[in-house]
Each structure stands twice: as C-alpha cells, then as structure tokens.
Design a protein around this ligand. Structure first.
Ligand SMILES: Nc1ncnc2c1ncn2[C@@H]1O[C@H](COP(=O)(O)OP(=O)(O)O)[C@@H](O)[C@H]1O
Ligand code: SF4
Ligand SMILES: [Mg+2]
Length: 357
C-alpha cells in the first residue's frame, strides 16, 4: 500500500543511537480468571535504542497490548507480572509508584488505538494538552497553552490556535489521532509506544499519520515502539521487528532480513497475507486457523496446529528463540533451516494444487 512513501521517510529519519532507553527482559504477564490462568505474555524480551523504531506485530490476542500496558504500568491490579522493564537501566517494576508515575507520559508516552478513550470529551483539546504539560511541570498556564499550540502545529493540525478551543468530537478521526500524538510528545519523551495507532483509519489517512509519527519522533528525539497486527505497516516504518505469537516472540531481527528471509513459518504466513507483496503472487492468503487458548496452551510449538511444516517434535517440544543467520536475527522454530532452503518461504502455505497444477 503506502509503504513506499513511508520507506522514503524512514531512510530520511535520524539514525538510531547505541544507548539503550528501554529494555524488557523475560516479561511474563498472566491474569487469574474464573476459567483459569490466562498466560497473556510468556517471556517477551526486547531492547529499544535511542531514536530506534521497533515494530511489534502479531495477530489479535498475541499479547501486544498487554506487554505494552505492562511497560506503561497501566495493567489492572489482578495482573501477575514478572521479569524486568528498565528505562535507562532502572527497573520500573522495582520503582516506587511515585517515581514510575513521573516517567509515565513524560519519558515514556503512549498513543492508543482509539483516541476517544484517551481524550476527555468534556474538555477542549487545548486544555487537555496543557494539562498534560502541567502534570509534570510547574509552568504558567499560558506557557502550557503555547506549548499545546506548538504541538498541534507540529502534528499538522491547521489553524492550531483556533483548534485548541475545539472539543475532541469536533475533530475527524485522523485529527484526533494527530492530537493524541501531540499529547504523547508534548513532554519530550524518550520513548513513544503507539498501539495500533492507525487501525481505525482509512488507508490514506493511515499513511499520513504514520509519516507524521516518524517526523515528530525525530523532532523530539524519541524512540518508537509501533504495535500493529499488519506486517505491511512495519515495512519502511521500523528498523527492527518482533513477531509475537501466543504471548511469545517467535521471530526478531532487522526489518530487511525478516521480510526477505523469514525463518519462522508464522512470519512467512504473515508475509504471504500482505496483498501488495509480489512474493505472494498478488493474492491475499490469510493463515488458516486461529491462535490457541492462552489458558490451555497445547504442548510443543503453539503454532503447530496451523503450521504446514509441523512434525512430531513440534507437538512435544516448544522451540526457543535461537540465532539463525547471525546479525541478531532470531527465530523460534525447530525447522528453520528447512524453511531457509526454500526460494519462497511464503509458498509453504499454498495448497499442493496451487504449486503443481
Ligand atoms: N484484564 C485481563 N484479564 C484477562 N485476560 C486478559 C486481560 N487483558 C487481556 N487479556 C487477554 O490477554 C491476551 C492478550 O491480549 P492483548 O495483549 O490485548 O492482545 P493483542 O495482541 O491483540 O493486543 C488475550 O487473550 C486477552 O483476552
Ligand atoms: S516449530 Fe514446528 S510447528 Fe512450530 S513453526 Fe516450526 S515447523 Fe512449525
Ligand atoms: Mg492490542
């Protein structure tokens, strides 16, 4: 779709640094429910460097939002959390709530999928932006409002001064998402977590918003964790990508090697279902079946019931992430070397009749 233009933007964007701003180590999150323990996140690890864009992709229910809400410290009280989530080397899971709150919205900010849940309908956009400043900084209200106007300008809202007085419902979907991005960057964060920020918007507006996100992240020198269920969005938008399945990362690496030489069948399946990729013959081919229950996970590889390459070992042993081709490309699959032998890995999801007519 729009990836070509976005690709141009990423190559124009500032290069990532080498300093780690956010490090998630073996994050596990489960929820006790009446039906049993929901193991929503089962060992997620990633590192985000200064100015880097990390894409997290996976089908609905794979634990993307739960893991990002854990980073924000916004999970419900019932959640059982373990592992470490460090901001510049400081584990936020061990911090006082006060210190954590001072980081939230200031150093680590979030853009939600639905801005209407994050924006308050009874306050003007200008007041909400100013309040976001005042929550962390003791400045005169006028100064906070001036900053709010500057941010609306930056995210491309026309007539920003007049728009400060508008209520969220007076904005279009795309404008609301721009206002959310303005809110996220207003305190100069180091990390912006954007959870499916454009899913509710039409394709043209999606591209504009994603491009704007890349532009403003450089304006405030922030890194971005971009969460999406659409691998197509990651192309040209992220430096690195982490593919999640059933609460775990199943493939991690720089965007190019993961897209060109996927080493885990699930990633290959997602690639084959992007309509614009030539490797799939131009046809949309979604992966058949549904993700497993997170209460009663099957033994072995959680993808095995849907995987055309599954063998005996796949139903008994869950594969761990291992380095495949060097260059920090990792996959969790017993048979990645077999997938690597294929000229077109996405072809494993074609039926035999499609391969040999
Ligand atoms: N508060 C909760 N209580 C019980 N289960 C939850 C809760 N929040 C999320 N889950 C479950 O955790 C799993 C992962 O959810 P989520 O992270 O939202 O997925 P997604 O990848 O679509 O963002 C889902 O099965 C969801 O139903
Ligand atoms: S481990 Fe087996 S079932 Fe899982 S993705 Fe690899 S081949 Fe498929
Ligand atoms: Mg989600």
């Amino acid at each position: 779709m729009t990836s070509v233009h976005i690709a141009k933007r990423l190559s124009e964007a500032k290069r990532p640094g080498t300093t780690e701003v956010l490090k998630v180590e073996n994050l596990q999150v489960s929820f006790p429910t009446d039906d049993g323990l929901v193991k929503a996140v089962r060992g997620v690890s990633y590192t985000v460097h200064e100015r880097e864009v990390l894409g997290i992709v996976g089908e609905s229910g794979s634990g993307k939002s739960v893991s990002s809400m854990a980073v924000m410290g916004l999970l419900p009280k019932s959640a059982r959390i373990s592992g470490a989530i460090s901001y510049r080397g400081d584990d936020m899971l061990k911090m006082s709530e006060r210190k954590r709150r001072s980081l939230r919205g200031r150093k680590i900010a979030m853009v939600f999928q639905d801005p209407m849940t994050a924006l308050n309908p009874v306050h003007t956009v200008g007041d909400q932006l100013a309040e976001a400043v005042l929550a962390h900084e003791l400045v005169p209200y006028k100064q906070a409002q001036a900053r709010a106007k500057e941010m609306l300008d930056l995210v491309g809202i026309p007539q920003a001064a007049a728009r400060l007085k508008s209520y969220p419902h007076e904005f279009s979907g795309g404008m609301r998402q721009r206002a959310m991005i303005a809110m996220a960057i207003i305190n100069n964060p180091d990390v912006i977590i954007a959870d499916e920020p454009t899913t509710a918007l039409d394709v043209t507006v999606q591209a504009q918003i994603l491009e704007k996100l890349l532009e403003v992240k450089d304006a405030v020198d922030a890194a971005v964790v971009l969460i999406t269920h659409d691998l197509g969005v990651i192309a040209g938008m992220a430096h690195r990508v982490l593919v999640m399945y059933a609460g775990k990362p199943v493939e991690v690496g720089d965007v190019e090697p993961v897209f060109n030489t996927p080493r885990m069948p699930y990633t290959a399946g997602l690639l084959g279902s992007i309509p614009s990729l030539e490797t799939s013959g131009g046809r949309l081919r979604p992966i058949k079946g549904t993700p497993p229950s997170l209460i009663n996970l099957p033994t072995g590889c959680p993808f095995s019931p849907r995987c055309p390459m599954a063998t005996e070992v796949c139903t008994t042993e869950e594969p761990v992430l291992e380095e495949t081709d060097g260059g920090a490309h990792y996959a969790a699959c017993h048979h990645w070397p077999k997938l690597a032998e294929r000229a077109d890995p996405t072809a494993i999801f074609r039926t035999n009749s499609e391969i040999t007519p």
